[in-house]
Design a protein around this ligand. Sequence first.
Ligand SMILES: [Zn+2]
Length: 158
Amino acid sequence: MITVYLGEIPEEGLEISGETSRDIFQLDPADEEVQPAGPVRYDLHISDAGSDLLLAQGKLVAPFTLRCVACLEPFPFTLELDHYAADFDTPASGKLDMTERIREDLLLEIPGYPHCDRDGDDPDRVCPAAGKFDGTDSQENRGNSAWDALDGLKDAES
Ligand SMILES: [Zn+2]
């Protein structure tokens, strides 16, 4: 839970940082496309934006396991939002719970068609499915037969 009490926010704003103690995403465990892989870390500045709005700005880091759309293998993906910003209605209860909004905003930032080599945490990762279906083999065969035909012409000239 990422919460703050209004009474704790001084005029200059409040810094809160930490990590969620439980899974805030509650995704279907059978979903192989995306699963959370650890707590969400947050480092936020909460301030009164006037007009009954509170502003949260800062950094969010959330680790996930995604499934590559090309090779279908799971791979680690860390979502880092360095310039996160969201505003919230000042709650009448005096307690602001940002968990649901942050959950939604993080899920929106996950790539829709993730590739393990392009999006994953490992920059050296080569997707085992890369280049598998680009037709290289048939082009090579055509090339060979063209050379064979040239050889045949040379034989005929000599
Ligand atoms: Zn892949």
